[in-house]
Structure formats: structure tokens, C-alpha cells
Design a protein around this ligand. Structure first.
Ligand SMILES: Cc1cc2nc3c(=O)[nH]c(=O)nc-3n(C[C@H](O)[C@H](O)[C@H](O)COP(=O)(O)OP(=O)(O)OC[C@H]3O[C@@H](n4cnc5c(N)ncnc54)[C@H](O)[C@@H]3O)c2cc1C
Length: 398
């Protein structure tokens, strides 16, 4: 039996599918127009235990490992949701793991599995103040790494945090921050030395801190139900107790948790592809041209077969790599390959699926149109396809 198909994981799929059918599908178009998902959705998902998947019960999570998180992500999309929905509702998947790891909590070696260095005086209180309420669906968090000057070169971060007694004084700006408008707190990468020195630290910054402003809502090609923000920090005083782990351990912490984020994006990619194959098959059975259903033509059947093959191959490889990450194997190169394989499969499938829908595929009424737009970010966020190739080349010794 596949590790993704155990009785427990089948139950998890059913739970997620029921959540999407009941709580998401009737409203998703409205949320796409509104530019965000409602806070109440977080509480509903939390009550079902979905928000806490992949986080240990000791910090308010539901337990489970990286594969369980992957099952939830996969089913959120395959049941008719979208990668934009995953980005908006599961932003905590990138905002919290550093705090969980720094506090020493274990998640079976997946989302927050490794300690990131010496602890900070506030690490335990961060669990109570931010992690538990977020997993309970009463707070929303975001992760801010990218800056207007660049995102790929994480070490070049220019937002500074200068120590002043028992506070840091933060100055700088961030951009493209998922859930940045709705977030109550932002896990923020700052530089504790001169800008660009690479000495990074993670601070949790409260939305209502004086000097912290959330800028305009960024309008995007896709992910419309996921709000994306610019953030500005002018002399923002952040208590030292809001530091995650020791000073200057931020770069390592960010890199360690990129594995889970990249595998989540890879999952969103192959699940979007799987969903689009389903939509295309349904359409090609129903749509008749020249007196026959589209699926009656060999050229169409072969196109669908190729789309299905690419989606399934990507799924299988992502699951294999996720299982190795969950087992604690150092598979940085494989994670990068998994992301690129899944994104390539997705890019091909969304394009072909839209084409098979003809003119209808280009309309807002068509679900495939949303997936086509949403898919484009998957090769950019969490490290671009080019940066993944850099990692793969390094792994090859090049
Ligand atoms: C919708 C959305 C949501 C996002 N959410 C978040 C979030 O929540 N938090 C966050 O911190 N960031 C977030 N991001 C930012 C995202 O992670 C960055 O956009 C991404 O890392 C790329 O950084 P950049 O845009 O600065 O591109 P750049 O780093 O400027 O790169 C530009 C281009 O150059 C290529 N390139 C760069 N370096 C090299 C190289 N050495 N060799 C070859 N090619 C290279 C890149 O691949 C890319 O094609 C989000 C972005 C979007 C659009």
C-alpha cells in the first residue's frame, strides 16, 4: 500500500474534501473578488484539526508529519479549491515552524523538526503568544523575507535590527508578503549587522507595533483570494523576547524550513495538474465537435494521457522526497528537483487543459482559467526555478 494511502490518510483526505465542499466551494469566487479569505475560515479549519496538521500536539497542533500536510494540501486543490486558497489559509505553514523548532518542539522531523541553534529567552512564550492562537484559528501570521531589492539572494537582506537595551529597533521594508494584510504578526528576517552582511535573525513583529505599516494591497495575475502586502518598518521597537532562537541563526533557520515550503509548493503544482486533468477529461467527454465527443479522437486522448502521466510522475516523486525529508534525510537537492519537476508538469498541464476547453477556458467562469493564472507563481515563490537549478547544479558538484 502507498504511504499516502493508509486508512488514516484516506480519512484525512475525506475530512479535507468535505471541508472544501461545504466551507469553500460556495464562496471561493466571492473571496477571489474580495482579495482575501475570511478570518472565520481559519477558525473552522482549526476546529476540524486541519490547521494543526504537521504541528505537534504539544504546541496546539494536530500531530502528523510532512506527508500528512501534503495530503491536506493535495486534497484542498483536488476537491476544487486552489493553490491561492492554500497560500491564504495555510500561511502559518511558513510563519510558525521556526518558532516551533526554536522552542524545541518536535514534529516527527518535518515542519519544524530541527533546532536552529541556541535558544532565545522568549522561545517558549512565542509558542503561547503566537503558535497556539494561530493553530486555533484566532490569529493569522505571515513570513517576511523578500525585500524590494530582491528575494532570491536571502543573505543580502537589508532590513536592520539594532539592539537597544531589551529591544531591537527595526528599519526597512518587505514586499510580496502573503497574508500580509490580514496578519496579526509577521515572522520577519532582519539583519543584525550592516545591511547585506548576511547576519540574519528572525523576529516576530506585531502588526500594531508603532512604526510598522502595511502598504497597498498588491494586485496580481493569480492567487486572487490570497492577500499580498508591502510592509514598512520605521524605528519599530521589538522586544528581545520576540527573537526566534539565538541572534544570527536566522539564515540557517530559513534554509532548514525551505524544504517544507518547497515541497508544499511542489504539491500545489502537481495537485493543480491533477485537478486540471480531471477537468479536461470531463470537458472532453462532454464537448462534441464535428459530431463526436472530443475524447473520441486519438490526438485528444493522447494529449490527456500525457498530461496524466506528467502529473502522476510528479506526484510520485514529490511523495518519495517528502518521505525522505520526514525521515530526516538531508535531501536539499532532491527537494529542489521535486519542485522543478512538479512545476514543469503543472505548467504543461494547465496550458493544455485550458487549450482543450477552447474559448470557455479563457473565461472567468471556467475553473481551469483560475488554475492557469494561479499556477504561474509556483515556479517563482519559495525559490525560483533558476535558484532550484543552482541548488541542483551544486548537488552535482558543478
Ligand atoms: C504572490 C507572491 C507571494 C509571495 N509570498 C511571499 C511571502 O509570503 N514571503 C516572502 O518573503 N516572499 C514572498 N514572495 C516573494 C518570492 O519568494 C520572490 O518573488 C522570489 O523568491 C523571487 O525573488 P524576486 O522576486 O526578488 O526575484 P529576483 O531575485 O530579483 O530574481 C529575478 C529573476 O532572476 C532570476 N535569478 C536570480 N538570481 C539568479 C541566479 N543567480 N542565476 C540565474 N537566475 C537568477 C530569478 O530566478 C528570477 O527569474 C511572494 C511572491 C509572490 C509573487
Amino acid at each position: 500500500m502507498s504511504i499516502a494511502n493508509t486508512p488514516e490518510r484516506r480519512q484525512l483526505r475525506e475530512l479535507t474534501r468535505a471541508f472544501v465542499t461545504r466551507e469553500v466551494l460556495p464562496h471561493l469566487d466571492d473571496w477571489e473578488r474580495a482579495g482575501e479569505v475570511p478570518r472565520a475560515l481559519h477558525a473552522t479549519a482549526a476546529k476540524l484539526g486541519l490547521l494543526g496538521i504537521g504541528f505537534p500536539e504539544s504546541v496546539g497542533g494536530s500531530g502528523g508529519d510532512l506527508l500528512d500536510s501534503i495530503i491536506v494540501t493535495e486534497e484542498l486543490i483536488r476537491a476544487g479549491g486552489s493553490s491561492g486558497l492554500v497560500a491564504a489559509l495555510f500561511t502559518h505553514g511558513i510563519a510558525l515552524p521556526h518558532m516551533v523548532a526554536a522552542a524545541g518542539a518536535r514534529t516527527g522531523g518535518s515542519l519544524g523538526g530541527r533546532l536552529t541553534g541556541a535558544s532565545s529567552p522568549g522561545d517558549d512564550s512565542l509558542i503561547e503568544r503566537y503558535v497556539r492562537p494561530t493553530l486555533a484559528g484566532t490569529m493569522i501570521g505571515a513570513l517576511a523575507i523578500t525585500e524590494p531589492d530582491g528575494g532570491s539572494d536571502v543573505a543580502a537582506i537589508r532590513t536592520t535590527a539594532i539592539r537597544d537595551g531589551d529591544h531591537y529597533v527595526v528599519n526597512g521594508s518587505k514586499t510580496y508578503i502573503t497574508s500580509g494584510h490580514r496578519a496579526d504578526f509577521v515572522t520577519t528576517a532582519v539583519c543584525t549587522d550592516f545591511p547585506g552582511s548576511g547576519e540574519l535573525t528572525l523576529l516576530v513583529i506585531d502588526k500594531d507595533s508603532p512604526g510598522f505599516t502595511v502598504g497597498r494591497r498588491l494586485e496580481k495575475l493569480g492567487w486572487h483570494c490570497s492577500d499580498t502586502a508591502e510592509l514598512s518598518f520605521v524605528d519599530v521597537r521589538v522586544p528581545v523576547t520576540n527573537r526566534i532562537g539565538a541572534e544570527n541563526t536566522g539564515f540557517l533557520a530559513i534554509m532548514q524550513h525551505f524544504a517544507a515550503e518547497r515541497l508544499s509548493l511542489a504539491t500545489q503544482a502537481y495537485a493543480t495538474a491533477q485537478r486540471c486533468v480531471e477537468l479536461a477529461v470531463r470537458w472532453c467527454r462532454d464537448r462534441e465537435t464535428f459530431g463526436r465527443p472530443l475524447v473520441g479522437r486519438q490526438v485528444v486522448r493522447h494529449r490527456l494521457a500525457e498530461m496524466h502521466t506528467r502529473a502522476e510522475a510528479a506526484r510520485s516523486y514529490v511523495h518519495e522526497v517528502a518521505a525522505r525529508v520526514a525521515a530526516g534525510e538531508p535531501v536539499v537537492t532532491e527537494v529542489a528537483m521535486a519542485k522543478n519537476v512538479a512545476v514543469a508538469a503543472c505548467d504543461h498541464v494547465v496550458d493544455q487543459a485550458l487549450q482543450l476547453h477552447g474559448g470557455f477556458g479563457y473565461l472567468r467562469d471556467a475553473e481551469v482559467e483560475r488554475h492557469y493564472r494561479d499556477a504561474r507563481i509556483l515556479g517563482i515563490g519559495g525559490g525560483t526555478t533558476e535558484i532550484m537549478n543552482e541548488i541542483i547544479a551544486k548537488g552535482m558538484g558543478l
